[in-house]
Design a protein around this ligand. Structure first.
Ligand code: OFO
Length: 174
Protein backbone atom coordinates (compact mmCIF):
# COMPACT_ATOMS: atom_id res chain seq x y z
CA UNK A 1 0.00 0.00 0.00
CA UNK A 2 1.38 3.41 -0.96
CA UNK A 3 0.54 6.66 0.80
CA UNK A 4 -1.05 9.24 -1.44
CA UNK A 5 2.05 11.45 -1.14
CA UNK A 6 4.30 8.62 -2.33
CA UNK A 7 1.85 7.72 -5.09
CA UNK A 8 1.86 11.33 -6.34
CA UNK A 9 5.66 11.51 -6.20
CA UNK A 10 6.06 8.23 -8.11
CA UNK A 11 3.57 9.37 -10.73
CA UNK A 12 5.58 12.57 -11.15
CA UNK A 13 8.70 10.43 -11.55
CA UNK A 14 6.96 8.35 -14.25
CA UNK A 15 6.53 11.58 -16.16
CA UNK A 16 10.18 12.61 -15.76
CA UNK A 17 11.44 9.21 -16.95
CA UNK A 18 9.03 9.23 -19.90
CA UNK A 19 10.12 12.73 -20.87
CA UNK A 20 13.78 11.70 -20.65
CA UNK A 21 13.04 8.75 -22.95
CA UNK A 22 11.41 11.01 -25.55
CA UNK A 23 14.06 13.72 -25.18
CA UNK A 24 16.80 11.18 -25.87
CA UNK A 25 14.83 9.72 -28.75
CA UNK A 26 14.62 13.19 -30.24
CA UNK A 27 18.37 13.66 -29.75
CA UNK A 28 19.02 10.27 -31.38
CA UNK A 29 16.84 11.13 -34.33
CA UNK A 30 18.50 14.56 -34.80
CA UNK A 31 21.96 12.96 -34.57
CA UNK A 32 21.13 10.32 -37.17
CA UNK A 33 19.75 12.98 -39.48
CA UNK A 34 23.04 14.88 -39.10
CA UNK A 35 24.99 11.75 -40.02
CA UNK A 36 26.30 11.25 -36.48
CA UNK A 37 25.78 7.50 -36.24
CA UNK A 38 27.75 6.95 -33.02
CA UNK A 39 25.91 9.73 -31.21
CA UNK A 40 22.56 8.48 -32.51
CA UNK A 41 23.28 4.96 -31.29
CA UNK A 42 24.20 6.30 -27.86
CA UNK A 43 20.91 8.18 -27.54
CA UNK A 44 18.72 5.38 -28.92
CA UNK A 45 20.11 3.18 -26.16
CA UNK A 46 19.59 5.90 -23.52
CA UNK A 47 16.03 6.36 -24.69
CA UNK A 48 15.25 2.66 -24.22
CA UNK A 49 16.91 2.76 -20.79
CA UNK A 50 14.74 5.65 -19.67
CA UNK A 51 11.67 3.83 -20.85
CA UNK A 52 12.80 0.87 -18.71
CA UNK A 53 13.16 3.22 -15.73
CA UNK A 54 9.58 4.35 -16.24
CA UNK A 55 8.32 0.77 -16.54
CA UNK A 56 10.11 -0.27 -13.35
CA UNK A 57 8.23 2.42 -11.42
CA UNK A 58 4.93 1.55 -13.07
CA UNK A 59 5.26 -2.12 -12.11
CA UNK A 60 6.43 -1.27 -8.61
CA UNK A 61 3.36 0.91 -8.09
CA UNK A 62 1.09 -1.89 -9.30
CA UNK A 63 2.86 -4.41 -7.06
CA UNK A 64 2.14 -2.07 -4.16
CA UNK A 65 -1.52 -1.74 -5.10
CA UNK A 66 -0.94 1.83 -6.26
CA UNK A 67 -2.50 3.56 -9.26
CA UNK A 68 0.06 4.61 -11.87
CA UNK A 69 -1.03 7.32 -14.27
CA UNK A 70 0.49 7.09 -17.73
CA UNK A 71 1.65 10.68 -18.24
CA UNK A 72 1.06 13.22 -20.93
CA UNK A 73 4.49 14.18 -22.21
CA UNK A 74 5.60 17.64 -23.17
CA UNK A 75 7.00 17.74 -26.71
CA UNK A 76 10.81 17.65 -26.48
CA UNK A 77 12.97 19.95 -28.62
CA UNK A 78 13.71 18.46 -32.05
CA UNK A 79 16.59 20.62 -33.26
CA UNK A 80 19.88 21.14 -31.46
CA UNK A 81 22.69 23.57 -32.11
CA UNK A 82 25.59 21.20 -31.39
CA UNK A 83 26.49 17.86 -29.85
CA UNK A 84 28.19 19.69 -27.02
CA UNK A 85 25.00 21.64 -26.31
CA UNK A 86 23.07 18.36 -26.34
CA UNK A 87 25.30 16.90 -23.66
CA UNK A 88 25.09 20.07 -21.58
CA UNK A 89 21.28 19.76 -21.70
CA UNK A 90 21.45 16.05 -20.89
CA UNK A 91 23.72 16.65 -17.92
CA UNK A 92 21.37 19.30 -16.55
CA UNK A 93 18.38 17.05 -17.12
CA UNK A 94 20.04 14.20 -15.25
CA UNK A 95 20.83 16.53 -12.35
CA UNK A 96 17.15 17.47 -12.25
CA UNK A 97 16.18 13.77 -12.21
CA UNK A 98 18.67 13.07 -9.40
CA UNK A 99 17.09 15.86 -7.35
CA UNK A 100 13.65 14.33 -7.90
CA UNK A 101 14.91 10.85 -6.92
CA UNK A 102 16.45 12.28 -3.74
CA UNK A 103 13.13 13.95 -3.01
CA UNK A 104 11.30 10.62 -3.19
CA UNK A 105 13.90 8.94 -0.95
CA UNK A 106 13.46 11.78 1.55
CA UNK A 107 9.68 11.46 1.38
CA UNK A 108 9.87 7.68 1.87
CA UNK A 109 11.83 8.28 5.08
CA UNK A 110 9.26 10.80 6.30
CA UNK A 111 6.40 8.42 5.48
CA UNK A 112 8.21 5.50 7.11
CA UNK A 113 7.86 3.64 3.77
CA UNK A 114 10.75 1.18 3.82
CA UNK A 115 9.65 -0.64 0.65
CA UNK A 116 9.76 2.53 -1.45
CA UNK A 117 12.97 3.63 0.22
CA UNK A 118 14.53 0.29 -0.69
CA UNK A 119 13.11 0.35 -4.23
CA UNK A 120 14.52 3.83 -4.87
CA UNK A 121 18.10 2.83 -3.99
CA UNK A 122 18.48 1.32 -7.47
CA UNK A 123 17.66 4.76 -8.92
CA UNK A 124 20.11 6.50 -6.59
CA UNK A 125 22.90 4.30 -7.94
CA UNK A 126 21.72 4.62 -11.55
CA UNK A 127 21.66 8.41 -11.35
CA UNK A 128 25.14 8.51 -9.87
CA UNK A 129 26.41 6.42 -12.81
CA UNK A 130 24.51 8.46 -15.41
CA UNK A 131 25.71 11.79 -14.08
CA UNK A 132 29.31 10.54 -14.08
CA UNK A 133 28.96 9.21 -17.63
CA UNK A 134 27.46 12.44 -18.98
CA UNK A 135 30.06 14.59 -17.23
CA UNK A 136 32.89 12.43 -18.61
CA UNK A 137 31.51 12.73 -22.14
CA UNK A 138 31.06 16.48 -21.75
CA UNK A 139 34.68 16.86 -20.60
CA UNK A 140 35.89 14.89 -23.64
CA UNK A 141 33.79 16.96 -26.02
CA UNK A 142 35.20 20.15 -24.53
CA UNK A 143 38.71 18.86 -25.23
CA UNK A 144 37.84 18.01 -28.84
CA UNK A 145 36.29 21.47 -29.30
CA UNK A 146 33.39 22.71 -31.42
CA UNK A 147 33.12 23.34 -35.15
CA UNK A 148 32.37 21.32 -38.26
CA UNK A 149 35.76 19.56 -38.37
CA UNK A 150 35.32 18.36 -34.80
CA UNK A 151 32.10 16.48 -35.58
CA UNK A 152 33.93 13.53 -37.12
CA UNK A 153 36.10 13.14 -34.01
CA UNK A 154 33.17 13.64 -31.65
CA UNK A 155 31.21 10.89 -33.37
CA UNK A 156 34.24 8.60 -33.37
CA UNK A 157 34.59 9.21 -29.63
CA UNK A 158 30.88 8.41 -29.15
CA UNK A 159 31.34 5.15 -31.04
CA UNK A 160 34.20 4.22 -28.68
CA UNK A 161 31.99 5.05 -25.69
CA UNK A 162 29.24 2.83 -27.16
CA UNK A 163 31.67 -0.05 -27.49
CA UNK A 164 32.85 0.46 -23.92
CA UNK A 165 29.24 0.45 -22.62
CA UNK A 166 28.39 -2.67 -24.66
CA UNK A 167 31.47 -4.41 -23.28
CA UNK A 168 30.47 -3.52 -19.70
CA UNK A 169 26.88 -4.62 -20.31
CA UNK A 170 28.12 -7.89 -21.79
CA UNK A 171 30.36 -8.47 -18.76
CA UNK A 172 27.38 -7.78 -16.47
CA UNK A 173 25.27 -10.43 -18.21
CA UNK A 174 27.77 -13.21 -17.72
FE1 OFO B 1 16.11 7.54 -15.58
O1 OFO B 1 17.87 7.78 -15.45
FE2 OFO B 1 18.33 9.28 -16.37
O2 OFO B 1 16.95 10.32 -16.27
Amino acid sequence: MLSSKIETALNKQLELEAYASFLYLSMASWSEHEGLEGTAKFFYRQSVEENDHMMRILHYMLDMDGAPIVPQIEKPPHTFSSVQKIFEDVYHHEQKVTKAINGIVELAIQENDHATHNFMQWYVQEQREEETLMRTILDKLKLIGEGAQSLYFIDKEMEEINQQIEKEEGAGEG
